[in-house]
Design a protein around this ligand. Structure first.
Ligand code: FAD
Length: 597
């Protein structure tokens, strides 16, 4: 019996001497170029973009003036609007309370029983000084959240002396009231925050709530809260939720303009529990048809559908799914199928080239939502853990900003194939796009529900500009909110984040409003020096273990070839067994001569 027969008997796969059940298909030219940039050298990647994101002095002046006006406006309005930025300023992640809050929120999501939740609260909450935050912000929202954290409705109703006493230390509260009360308080706080960040608990509630902002000129894209499906039952649940939402959103609109219509945002990870390259066959056979079904439904109900961008190692596969769906005859001529592109990925600009070609070939205009990317910490950490050659994302924040502007320029430069959608809460990025797209209306901005209100109200309210903004509107109950919320808070709590910096009144306008291309040009080295390449993570002491990037199809193809070649050679064998041959066990034998090829 030869190797192939043996494998067939063991696995049931009739593939001759192949090492994978199916060889990955080679890329076409643009996909190959896209993939070559996956973990490209950072200096090369950013230097290639600098020129596109550099403007003449007149344009720079206009951008600066606009950005300064926007920052000043947001700062002035902040006190009245409250919301996430005020919350972040009170509970920023450099404070002990901010960290405790996030840890707890994140952990409570996973703790199924009350007893363990109470133990966690006892352990964590007593180390923080919540009372210091009481009245610490002018925002009603923040104070309400603080009270929610401190007290349940029951305790709030108690007399003032007791309340002050309670406010003096959460430790005392635990002693007097016990952890169950804090647990309820946390739930209460999550409800308050839920109302802030979630459009509605159900799609009907969200549609009702959106009416007011529609009247103020906003469009909406509805997103079903929840993270990646873990089981097929989860995926079925999300599929049903998306189907229901598409029908309800479709029924709610009479809009004619294809790009002004409300839309739905879909996460591919919600539609299949094994949305990963190693399961590419299943993904194409089971997930892609689901996206096609949702797209057909969206078309039928007269609304648009955008595929959200997720982790970098899913991008390649998502493009296969997207291209397959887009090519379907039933969607021919439909301009409603859109994709989100993350500018923090080194591949972003090449992805836009690929999308342009796809759209041109199919004779359609693609709505492309340009974002910076929500998983930065995860991408860096995962790459380090896996010991891969380079990061898929830039490591300096201004590089992401430059990439964003370079991608925006490319999108705006091809109006036949793109309907650009610029999703940002950054006044500098916004002012740059306003300047790049001066006098044009064939694009839209996007913001998240509960964020960026003050930033956009001036632009959307200005009839001479005639610009549009779509609100990304999460829908779901507060139990499903936490992961989304934690992502938002972590991201915006980072001291590089614009939303975080804008609330710091000590930061002068000149520091807030800076051309990222200038920052990149002055950044030496181009990659962040505090974020070494994964190989150098442990310094000169030792090299990090090197991993194989199993999310890179070209690496997989090479691996398959090497394994083929190895399998074709005469097989290694163990001449006489580890114990009998040398008596040193496997390690000793391996060092010695018992292994032969
Ligand atoms: P900024 O403060 O200017 O930028 C913050 C961003 O910079 C971070 O999110 C990160 O991307 C990047 N960054 C931070 N530190 C560094 C560093 N050291 N090096 C390099 N880059 C760094 N995100 C998704 O991933 N997928 C989506 O589908 C998606 N949909 C969105 C839809 C809407 C309507 C909006 C508004 C956002 C969406 N996001 C999505 C989130 C988005 O990616 C950004 O995280 C968020 O909007 C912050 O970007 P900003 O321009 O508003 O803020």
């Amino acid at each position: 019996m030869d190797n192939a027969q043996r494998r067939h008997r063991a696995t049931g796969v009739e593939t001759g001497p192949l090492v994978f059940s199916q060889q990955p298909a080679p890329y076409d030219n643009l996909r190959h170029r896209l993939n070559a940039a996956y973990r490209e050298d950072e200096a090369a990647a950013i230097d290639g973009l600098l020129e596109v994101a550099t403007f003449d002095e007149a344009a720079r002046r206009r951008i600066r003036r606009r950005a300064r006006e926007l920052v000043a406006h947001v700062r002035a309005r902040r006190q009245q609007t409250g919301g996430i930025d005020a919350f972040m300023s009170e509970y920023d992640l450099s404070s002990q309370e901010g960290i405790v809050l996030m840890c707890m929120a994140e952990a409570l999501l996973r703790i199924p029983d009350a007893e363990t939740a109470d133990k966690l609260i006892r352990d964590k909450i007593s180390v923080a000084n919540w009372e210091e935050h009481l009245g610490g912000s002018d925002s009603l929202f923040v104070n309400a959240s603080t009270w929610g954290l401190l007290l349940t409705g029951r305790v709030v109703n108690l007399d003032r002396t007791w309340r002050d006493d309670v406010a003096r230390g959460i430790g005392k509260l635990i002693t007097r009231a016990g952890e169950p009360i804090i647990r309820q308080a946390m739930t209460q706080a999550m409800r308050i925050m839920g109302r802030q960040f979630v459009m509605g608990r159900t799609i009907d509630e969200a549609l009702e709530r959106a009416r007011d902002s529609e009247n103020r000129g906003y469009r909406h894209s509805y997103d079903m809260l929840g993270e990646a499906a873990r089981t097929m039952a989860d995926a079925d649940g999300y599929m049903a939720a998306y189907e229901g939402a598409i029908a309800r959103v479709g029924a709610s609109t009479v809009e004619d303009d294809a790009f002004a219509k409300p839309s739905i945002s879909v996460k591919l990870s919600a539609l299949h529990p094994r949305y990963e390259l190693a399961q590419a066959d299943r993904v194409m056979a089971e997930l892609a048809p689901r996206l096609l079904e949702l797209s057909r439904l969206a078309r039928q109900h007269g609304i648009a559908l955008t595929v959200d961008a997720e982790e970098a190692d899913r991008l390649d596969l998502s493009l296969d799914v997207f291209a397959w769906v887009a090519a379907d005859e039933s969607l021919k001529g439909w301009d409603g199928l859109g994709l989100a592109v993350q500018a923090y990925q080194k591949r972003a600009i090449r992805l836009i080239d690929w999308l342009a070609e796809l759209a041109a070939e199919q004779g359609r205009r693609l709505p492309v939502r340009l974002v910076k990317g929500a998983y930065w910490d995860t991408e860096v950490k995962r790459t380090q853990e896996q010991g891969l050659d380079g990061y898929p994302v830039f490591t300096r924040k201004p590089s992401t900003d430059v990439s964003y502007i370079a991608c925006a320029t490319k999108l705006l430069g091809q109006p036949k194939v793109f309907y650009p959608q610029f999703a940002t809460h950054n006044a500098q990025s916004l002012a740059t796009i306003l300047t790049l797209a001066e006098g044009r209306r064939d694009f839209e901005f996007q913001r998240l529900h509960g964020m960026g209100e003050a930033l956009y109200e001036k632009i959307i309210g200005d009839e001479t500009l005639g610009l549009s903004c779509r609100v990304y509107a999460p829908v779901g109950s507060h139990e499903h909110l936490l992961a989304y919320l934690v992502r938002r808070l972590l991201e915006n709590g980072a001291n590089t984040s614009f939303v975080n910096r804008i609330v710091d009144d000590d930061l002068p306008l000149d520091v807030m409003v800076v051309d990222p291309a200038d920052q990149v040009r002055h950044a030496e080295p181009r990659a962040h020096p505090a974020i070494p390449l994964p190989q150098d993570l442990f310094g000169p002491e030792r090299k990090n273990a090197r991993g194989i990037d199993l999310a890179d199809r070209e690496v997989l193809m090479k691996l398959a070839q090497d394994m083929e070649a190895a399998a074709a050679k005469p097989r290694a064998f163990f001449r006489s067994g580890p114990n009998r041959s040398c008596g040193k066990g496997i390690a000793g034998c391996a060092r010695g001569s018992a292994w032969r090829t």
